[in-house]
Write a protein that binds this ligand. Structure first.
Ligand code: ATP
Length: 272
C-alpha cells in the first residue's frame, strides 16, 4: 500500500482579536482511506467539504489534530526529518492556480529545475537535457525552457507545473483542482496527459475536485467528502451510480442534462 490515511481528524482555530481563543472549527472527522501504487483516487465534495485540507494533511503540510498518515509505510508526522525529505521527493503536488504556483521571475528552466537542484546533483548540461525531455513529455517544446510564466497560456503553464511535479519521478501526485481553472479543451488535454503519465510511470494520484465528470474520466476509485466526513468510498468508480446517498446523487445529477433523453448519459462522453 502506498498511502494510508488512518482516523484523521482536524480542526482550525478561530482567530480572536484581543484574547486567545480555544474555539476550533472541525474540518475533518475520522477519515480513513488508502491508495495503492498506480491507483488514482478522486476526492469529491462540495466547496468547504475539507478536500484541500485533507490534501494538505496527506502532503505533510498540515499536521492533523488526531490520526496518522502513512506514506510508503512511514508515519509522515512522526518520522525523522531525513526520512521525511526522502518521502517528500516521492509525493508531489499540482495546485489549481497555475500562475501563483510559479515565481513569475523564473524561466521554465528554473521552475522545472528547482526540485532537481534540491534532490539531484546533475551537471548543467545533464540538467538542461532532462528539462528538455520533461518539456517534451508534457507536450511542450524544449526551447520553451527560456520563457517566463507570462509567455505561456494557462494550459501551457499547468503543463510546466506538471513537468516540475514529475521531474523527480515521484510515486504519487496530489492534484488539487489542477484542471478546474482551464477551459474545456485544455482540461481534456491535461486529463489525457495525466492519464498517459500515470500509465507510463505507474503514478498514483489523489485527484481533488468538485467536478465528478473530470474525476470519473481519470480515476479508478472515488471518495466523497461532506462537511469533513467521508460519506462514501468506491474502489470501483462505476459503483457510484448505484449509490443512494443524497450528496452523491446530487453530484451525479449535477452533470446530467436536464433533458430526459440524456438521463442515461455515460460520464465518459458528451450528451448526444
Ligand atoms: N487555514 C485555515 N484556517 C482556518 N480555516 C480554514 C483554513 N483552511 C480552510 N479552512 C476552512 O476549512 C473548511 C474546509 O476548507 P477546504 O479548503 O479544505 O475545503 P474544500 O473542500 O477544499 O473547499 P473548496 O472546494 O472550496 O476549495 C472551510 O470551512 C474553510 O473555510
Amino acid at each position: 500500500m502506498l498511502l494510508q490515511v488512518k482516523d484523521v481528524t482536524h480542526s482550525y482555530g478561530v482567530p480572536r482579536l484581543f484574547w486567545r481563543s480555544d474555539r476550533r472549527v472541525p474540518v475533518l472527522s475520522d477519515i480513513s482511506l488508502t491508495i495503492e501504487q498506480g491507483m488514482c483516487l478522486g476526492l469529491l465534495g462540495t466547496s468547504g467539504a475539507g478536500k484541500s485540507t485533507l490534501g494538505k494533511v496527506i502532503l505533510g503540510l498540515e499536521k492533523p489534530r488526531q490520526g496518522q498518515v502513512f506514506f510508503q509505510g512511514h508515519d509522515l508526522y512522526s518520522t525523522d526529518i531525513q526520512t521525511r525529505k526522502v518521502l517528500r521527493r516521492d509525493l508531489q503536488v499540482v495546485f489549481q492556480d497555475c500562475y501563483s504556483s510559479v515565481n513569475p521571475r523564473m524561466t521554465a528552466e528554473r521552475i522545472i529545475g528547482e526540485p532537481l537542484d534540491n534532490y539531484e546533483r546533475l551537471s548543467l548540461n545533464e540538467q538542461k537535457r532532462k528539462i528538455g525531455e520533461l518539456l517534451e513529455m508534457v507536450g511542450l517544446n524544449p526551447e520553451d525552457m527560456r520563457k517566463y510564466p507570462n509567455q505561456f497560456s494557462g494550459g501551457q503553464l499547468q503543463r510546466i507545473n506538471i513537468a516540475r511535479a514529475i521531474a523527480l519521478k515521484p510515486k504519487m501526485i496530489v492534484l488539487d483542482e489542477s484542471v478546474s481553472s482551464l477551459d474545456m479543451v485544455n482540461q481534456t488535454h491535461i486529463l489525457g496527459l495525466l492519464r498517459e503519465l500515470k500509465s507510463v510511470f505507474g503514478l498514483s494520484y489523489l485527484f481533488i475536485t468538485h467536478d465528478i465528470k473530470a474525476a470519473y474520466s481519470i480515476c479508478d476509485g472515488l471518495a466523497v467528502l461532506e462537511k469533513g466526513e467521508l460519506v462514501e468510498m468506491f474502489d470501483d468508480k462505476d459503483r457510484i451510480f448505484a449509490s443512494s446517498h443524497a450528496t452523491v446523487r446530487s453530484l451525479i445529477s449535477s452533470i446530467l442534462s436536464e433533458h430526459p433523453r440524456h438521463r442515461s448519459l455515460s460520464l465518459d462522453g458528451d450528451p448526444t
